[in-house]
Design a protein around this ligand. Structure first.
Ligand SMILES: Nc1ncnc2c1ncn2[C@@H]1O[C@H](COP(=O)(O)OP(=O)(O)OP(=O)(O)O)[C@@H](O)[C@H]1O
Length: 203
């Protein structure tokens, strides 16, 4: 978390290998990806990271099932269909496999995006404002799915959010200000997160 422009997306994108840092090192699950150039960087990202963005980023011409399998196919690995089935069941969309994204609500589309990210068994799932485009109850569902992935599948999730209630779902909240880490708190409530944000925004 951090005020607008504090560097949240930049940190997430550098951590995930979507952007290369101009200085410093980035180690993703032990691999020094900051030093990699294309196409090795793309290979490392596909192997290690899963993504959920604010804008779902599903391919409109593909079915739900095809969207879920696509990252593994792009990575050149044989999709694990049984696991893909299981993650689609986890997000409650087993019955919508053949549908196209535009036949689903925003909340359902984001749940497909979560299933797609989990289907590749990434070492880290990166989520940038995953609830930003959703109504309150759909947002809560997506947060609950991410939390379940942590608790039940042992999935590591790194999330950027503007919402103190979303941040409070995390085990650890890192606060950024002006491109620097300001503080790191464990097991905080939404009210405690909001208090730090008020302090940072007043600086
Ligand atoms: N550590 C850093 N050093 C130098 N520049 C940085 C650093 N982090 C971010 N920036 C720059 O600051 C600007 C804002 O960063 P970014 O978009 O990541 O912020 P944000 O917190 O995600 O903002 P928002 O909440 O509005 O989406 C960008 O131009 C980015 O390049």
């Amino acid at each position: 978390m951090g005020p607008s422009g504090s560097g949240k997306s930049t940190l997430l994108n550098c951590s995930a290998g979507l952007e290369r840092p101009s200085a410093g090192r980035v180690r993703l699950a032990g691999e020094d990806i900051g030093a990699l150039r294309e196409p090795a960087l793309t290979r490392a990202r596909r192997r290690r990271a899963g993504f959920v963005f604010q804008s779902f980023n599903l391919i409109p011409a593909l079915s739900v099932w095809q969207n879920v399998l696509l990252p593994q196919q792009l990575a050149g690995v044989r999709p694990d269909r049984r696991w893909a089935d299981e993650v689609l069941a986890r997000v409650g969309l087993s019955g919508r496999k053949r549908d196209r994204p535009d036949q689903l609500s925003g909340g359902q589309q984001q749940r497909v995006a979560v299933a797609r990210a989990l289907a590749g068994r990434p070492q880290v799932l990166f989520a940038d404002e995953p609830t930003g485009a959703l109504d309150l109850s759909s947002g809560r569902e997506v947060l609950a799915l991410l939390r379940e992935a942590v608790d039940e599948l042992g999935q590591t999730v790194v999330m950027v959010t503007h919402d103190p209630a979303a941040a409070a779902c995390a085990d650890q909240v890192l606060f950024l200000a002006d491109g620097q880490v300001h503080s790191c708190l464990r097991d905080v409530s939404a009210a405690q997160v909001a208090a730090v944000m008020t302090e940072l925004s007043a600086r």
